[in-house]
Design a protein around this ligand. Structure first.
Ligand code: NDP
Length: 493
């Protein structure tokens, strides 16, 4: 037998002799309880799966670099942006949203575009999507919305009736519905799509002045999409198509790149903006708020181990670094709570100790103990604050400027002024941005999906949804109604 240098051991490091044969009484006899190695192998195998993400379960990721090309220090004091040519390591995870971990990559679905910047002052997570808007604008609706994208509780099937029932009862979804059913709802690959921070965030400069910002990460590979039928075909041919595309291109040295841009709005402009600038169902028109190029992201390394780095990656919009801040966006505020909460459930309270989540810049705090505390747990340093033994202190220089709030009255506000214009922006997208071919594909994609609506509420749901299409664009409503062979009555007014 060939001599091997490394000895096979148990998890407690004990070398052992037999890895393929269980200990039995005689060659055909029953297995002895004392074959601990057998138990250890089976027991660990039984525990290999951690809970899959409730959303964004199917994904892939890569490491790379963000490089600053332009000076934006007049907007932000964030150290990662403070010098042209400066590089910051990044990790990006792409995903679909609604499907399970084994679902097909080419499903019609938004794509997650979650970015982690390992800056010199901690990790900044920009947890984006490939769309600049979202279906809802209040986090209280999120769980309900996602249920409609999952499986029917009785049939365990994806269900077009629940899908359209929800959308047709939530007119603010119209903008994202149009993007989802355009060809951008089925990107050719993760390399051929844009990423958007989607929420409004803020930037704070060295003079402690705040502006509102949106982040746009634009593909340098060019936008490329599947048509609906092509995407459906690929689901059967290669359900892991997008993962394969990313791995193959990076492994052969064809590194995908994106330009990194911001839109900036002052507080005065925000007060006068014709829509609510903190509403996640709205964009800021480029003509009024042009993109300002900041730098470039390149992805150049596939993790050596998928579970270690991709499955255990945990992104949280709450992780912003000094010079970048939150905004009033209700969806963002909901996500500040729910993302770390999801990670604590899925990975445990010490999820930020996992290598892919660990800041390169170091951590100083008084958190101790808890499940899977596998570092030195603060060693013999004090575990309380303040104390007389170490010199760790909170630095007032990191204080944000004061934030003035408009109203002091607490209520469950369901609409702000102008927030009920759900149709102008999707109408602009349909009429002004989409090509003739893209309009035609969008209409066909809508018809083919809405044909799945069934049951006693079918007509009611279709009528309501066509009403939103009508307010977006009359031609859109007419053509979808015709494709569904539905007698549509346009809404009054
Ligand atoms: P612009 O003509 O300046 O920009 C249009 C934008 O739409 C571009 O960013 C383009 O991305 C993107 N786009 C093109 N086709 C689609 C599609 N099928 N689905 C989603 N996005 C698409 O117009 P405005 O800034 O005035 O915006 C007009 C409409 O364009 C908006 O109402 C919105 O629906 C959509 N849009 C606007 C964005 C913004 O931040 N202003 C961002 C994305 C969409 P690219 O340049 O990469 O091709």
């Amino acid at each position: 037998m060939k001599e091997k240098k490394e000895k096979l051991t148990t998890a407690s490091g004990i070398p052992y002799s037999r890895n393929e044969d269980s200990m039995t009484v005689g060659p055909r006899g029953p297995v002895l309880l004392q074959d601990y190695v057998l138990h250890e192998k089976m027991a660990h195998f039984n525990r290999e799966r951690i809970p899959e993400r409730v959303v964004h379960a199917k994904g892939t990721g890569a490491f790379g670099t963000f490089t600053v090309a332009h000076d934006i220090t007049k907007y932000t004091r964030a150290k990662l942006f403070n010098k042209k040519g400066k590089e910051c390591p990044v990790f990006i995870r792409f995903s679909t949203v609604g499907g399970e971990k084994g679902s097909a990559d080419t499903e019609r679905d938004p794509r997650g575009f979650a970015m982690k910047f390992y800056t010199e002052e901690g990790n900044w997570d920009l947890v984006g999507n490939n769309t600049p808007v979202f279906f809802i604008k209040d986090p209280k609706k999120f769980g309900d919305f996602i249920h409609t994208q999952k499986r029917n509780p009785k049939t365990n099937l994806k269900d077009a009736t629940m899908f359209w029932d929800f959308f047709s009862l939530n007119p603010e979804s119209m903008h994202q519905v149009m993007i989802l059913f355009s060809d951008r709802g089925t990107p050719f690959s993760y390399r051929n799509m844009n990423g958007y921070g989607s929420h409004t965030f803020s930037m704070i400069n060295a003079r402690n002045e705040r502006v509102w910002v949106k982040f746009h990460v634009k593909t340098k590979q060019g936008i490329k999409n599947f048509t609906g039928p092509e995407a459906d075909e690929m689901k059967g041919k290669d359900p892991d198509w997008a993962q394969g595309d990313l791995v193959t291109s990076i492994e052969k040295g064809d590194f995908p790149k994106w330009s990194f841009n911001i839109q900036v709005m002052t507080d005065e402009q925000a007060k006068k903006f014709k829509w609510n600038p903190f509403d996640l169902t709205k964009i800021w028109p480029h003509s009024e708020y042009p993109l300002i190029e900041v730098g470039e992201i390149e992805l150049n390394k596939i993790p050596e181990n998928y579970f270690r780095d991709v499955e255990q990656a945990a992104f949280a919009p709450a992780h912003v670094v000094d010079g970048i801040g939150y905004s009033y966006d209700k969806m963002l505020q909901g996500r500040l709570l729910s993302y770390p909460d999801a990670h604590r459930h899925r990975l445990g309270p010490n999820y930020e100790l996992i290598p892919v989540n660990r800041p390169l810049s170091g951590v100083n705090n008084f958190q101790r103990d808890g499940y899977m505390r596998v570092d030195d747990n603060g060693g013999d340093h004090p575990n309380y604050f303040p104390n007389s033994f170490d010199d760790i202190e909170a630095d007032p220089a990191y204080k944000e400027p004061l934030l003035e709030l408009e109203s002091g009255v607490a209520d469950w506000y369901d609409r702000n002024e102008n927030d009920d214009d759900h149709f102008t922006q999707p109408g602009n997208l349909f009429r002004k941005v989409m090509s003739e071919k893209n309009r035609e594909n969008t209409i066909n994609n809508l018809i083919s999906h809405m044909k799945g609506i069934s049951g006693s509420k079918r007509d009611e749901i279709i009528q309501r949804q066509l009403g939103y299409f009508y307010k977006t664009d009359k031609e859109l409503a007419d053509k979808v109604a015709k494709g569904l062979n539905f007698k549509f009555t346009p809404p009054a007014g």
